[in-house]
Design a protein around this ligand. Structure first.
Ligand code: ZN
Length: 134
């Protein structure tokens, strides 16, 4: 029995890891973070859940070392620490194929610093009509 328990140690760790992922909102968060770091207001704009709820889910993912956070002024940015997790989620699509519409997260307007950089200088100069600089 002792041997069996020892043998199941790795499997228990794997099952615990899957439990961290086994939540629709956490999967959606990971999909968003697969495109780069994001603050909680960005996740809120995408997913429509209040920030305290998202913070709870983020804490679960962070406790498992799947994501990390860094503070920048007023914002806390979350980053994927284990990019392999996305491979795992993609593999899931082989078993459960969502329709394209259901599988894609809709981009919505977001006022976070990432979506609205504080100094959009390049965009402004590019939009000037020809001859406008004189
Ligand atoms: Zn944003």
């Amino acid at each position: 029995m002792k041997k069996l328990k020892a043998a199941l140690k790795a499997q228990t760790a794997q099952a615990d890891f899957l439990k961290l992922l086994a939540h629709p909102v956490r999967i959606a968060i990971l999909q968003i973070l697969s495109e780069g770091e994001a603050c909680v207001c960005h996740l809120e704009a995408f997913l429509g859940y209040p920030q305290p709820y998202l913070s709870q889910q983020l804490a679960v993912l962070r406790s498992g070392g799947i994501i990390s956070d860094r503070r920048d002024g007023w914002n806390v940015y979350y980053t994927l620490q284990q990019p392999h997790v996305i491979n795992l989620l993609n593999t899931l699509s082989a078993f459960i194929t969502p329709s394209l519409e259901d599988g894609l997260l809709q981009k919505v307007s977001c006022s976070c610093p990432k979506c609205n950089p504080p100094f959009p200088q390049i965009a402004i100069t590019q939009n000037l009509p020809l001859g406008a600089e004189e």
